[in-house]
Design a protein around this ligand. Structure first.
Ligand code: 7TS
Length: 411
C-alpha cells in the first residue's frame, strides 16, 4: 500500500541537491551509480567520529564498547531490513562487488569441480561475471548464460529449464538490471533452481533501498547489495547468506578480528559472521547505513518504489514520443526507476556532456555490462536513473535537453 508522501519536503533533506552546476539548478539523475545522502546520515557519521570513534570488538574501554554496540546494532538492522532470520547471516563487505567476490572465492573454491556449471544471465553487471570467470578458471567449472530477449530486455524464461541441468551448481542473477531497468522474477528463478538443489545468488545492488526486499520470500541463498546506492555511505556493503552455507564456507580474508585462537602453525576461526570479517572493518559505514535504512523505512519502500517506477515510466513514454528515432532499452511497463536509451548518430558521451552543461547528471557508457551491450549491438547507452527525491519537472527538463542535444549533434 502506498500513501501520500510529502516528496518536496523529503527532497530538502538532501543538502547537495540545492546547488547549481554550470549555472543551472542541479538535476541529479545518476542514482544507479550512487545515491545522494540525507542530512541525518551525514550527521550520524560526524557524530560517530566526534563522540565515539574507537575500534570494535577488542577494547574494554567505554568508547570501544559504544562503537561495538552501534556496529552490531547496524547488523541487526540490516537483518530486519531484508528479513534475514538472524544478524549472523549478515556479513559487512565494501560493497556488492566485494560481497560477490567473497562468495566466488569462498563458496566457489569449496564447491566447484571440473565440469560444473555456473549459470548467470546475460544482463549481469561485470561484478557478477568476472569473479565467476576467475573461479571457473581455477576450478575447471564453466559459465553458461540465460539469454536476454532483445531491446525489451527480459530473460528468456522458456530456456531456463533446459539450462538448469544437473551440472549447474550455482545460479547467479541480477534483481534489477542497472542498464535496462528490468525487474527479474527472482523468487520464481530461485524456486526453480532450488527445486534442483542449485545454490542461488541475487545481485540486489539496484533493488535494495528501492523496493521492499525479503530474502526469505525471494528464497535465495546469497543476496548482495551496496550501502552507497541506498542513501548510505560509500565503503559499506552487505552479503546476506543462509546460516548453514556460512557455517560450511572457508574464510575469505584472514588475519585479525576473525580468529578465536592463533598458534604459530594453526588457527581457530570465529563463527560467522565474524569469520568473514578480517581486520578493522568500516565502522562509520554501518552506523551511517543504519540511519539510512531507518530513513528509507520512514518514507516507506513501497512508496519509494511506486515513485521511482512512475518517473521512469513517464520518462520512457516522453522520450519515445518526443525524440525521433530514439532506441529505448528494457521493458516498456513494469520497469525499475531508470531509462536507458540510444540516439542514432549521437554518442552517449556527447549527450551526457551536453546534459551536464544544462546541470543534468546522467551516465553514458556500457554501465559495466559490456557483454550485454555487445548483444544489443550498441557500444554505449545514455542512462537516467531516478530516486525518490527526483521530480516529474526534472524528467520534463531532461526530455527537453535530450531533444536539444539531438538537434545540436544532428544539425
Ligand atoms: N551490480 C549491479 C547491478 C550494479 O548496478 C552495480 C553498480 C554493482 C553490482 C556493483 O556495485 P558496487 O557498489 O560494488 O560498485 N552499478 C553501477 C552503475 O550502474 N553505475 O555505476 C555503478
Amino acid at each position: 500500500m502506498t500513501q501520500a508522501v510529502d516528496w518536496a519536503s523529503i527532497r530538502r533533506d538532501f543538502p547537495i541537491l540545492s546547488q547549481t552546476v554550470h549555472g543551472k539548478p542541479l538535476i541529479y539523475l545518476d542514482n544507479a551509480a550512487t545515491s545522494q545522502k540525507p542530512r541525518v546520515v551525514i550527521d550520524a557519521l560526524r557524530d560517530y567520529y566526534e563522540r565515539y570513534n574507537a575500534n570494535v570488538h577488542r577494547g574494554i574501554h567505554e568508547l570501544s564498547a559504544r562503537a561495538t554496540a552501534a556496529f552490531e546494532a547496524a547488523r541487526a538492522r540490516v537483518a530486519r531490513f531484508i528479513n534475514a532470520r538472524s544478524p549472523d547471516e549478515i556479513i559487512f563487505t565494501r560493497g556488492t562487488t566485494e560481497a560477490i567476490n567473497l562468495v566466488a572465492a569462498s563458496w566457489g573454491a569449496a564447491n566447484l569441480r571440473p565440469g560444473d556449471v555456473i549459470l548467470l544471465t546475460e544482463m549481469e553487471h561485470h561484478s557478477n561475471i568476472v569473479p565467476w570467470q576467475q573461479i571457473a578458471a581455477r576450478t575447471g567449472a564453466t559459465l553458461v548464460y540465460l539469454p536476454v530477449t532483445g531491446d525489451e530486455g527480459l530473460l528468456d524464461l522458456d530456456k531456463l529449464d533446459t539450462l538448469l541441468t544437473h551440472r549447474v551448481k550455482l545460479f547467479g542473477m541480477v534483481h534489477v538490471s542497472n542498464s535496462l531497468g528490468t525487474v527479474n522474477p527472482v523468487a520464481e528463478l530461485c524456486a526453480r533452481a532450488r527445486a534442483r538443489g542449485i545454490t542461488t545468488l541475487v545481485d540486489g545492488a539496484q533493488s535494495a533501498g528501492h523496493m521492499p526486499v525479503d530474502v526469505q520470500q525471494i528464497g535465495c541463498d546469497f543476496f548482495a547489495f551496496s550501502g552507497h546506492k541506498m542513501c548510505g555511505p560509500t565503503g559499506i556493503g552487505i552479503l546476506y547468506a543462509r546460516a548453514a552455507l556460512l557455517e560450511a564456507m572457508p574464510p575469505y580474508q584472514t588475519g585479525g578480528e576473525m580468529i578465536l585462537r592463533v598458534e604459530y602453525h594453526h588457527t581457530e576461526f570465529k563463527k560467522p559472521p565474524h569469520k568473514f570479517e578480517a581486520g578493522t572493518p568500516d565502522i562509520a559505514g554501518p552506523i551511517g547505513l543504519h540511519v539510512a535504512m531507518d530513513y528509507l523505512d520512514a518514507i516507506g519502500r513501497a512508496n519509494i518504489w511506486a515513485h521511482d517506477q512512475a518517473l521512469a515510466t513517464y520518462a520512457y513514454e516522453q522520450l519515445a514520443a518526443k525524440v525521433p528515432g530514439v532506441r529505448l532499452f528494457g521493458p516498456r511497463t513494469g520497469r525499475a526507476g531508470l531509462v536507458s536509451f540510444a540516439i542514432p548518430g549521437v554518442h552517449a558521451h556527447d549527450i551526457v556532456t551536453f546534459a551536464d552543461r544544462a546541470g543534468i547528471a546522467l551516465r553514458g557508457g556500457h554501465h559495466c555490462t559490456q557483454p550485454l551491450m555487445h548483444k544489443l549491438g550498441v557500444e554505449a547507452t545514455t542512462r537516467a536513473s531516478f530516486y525518490f527525491y527526483n521530480t516529474k519537472d526534472e524528467v520534463d527538463r531532461l526530455v527537453e535537453v535530450i531533444c536539444e542535444a539531438q538537434r545540436f549533434f544532428n544539425r
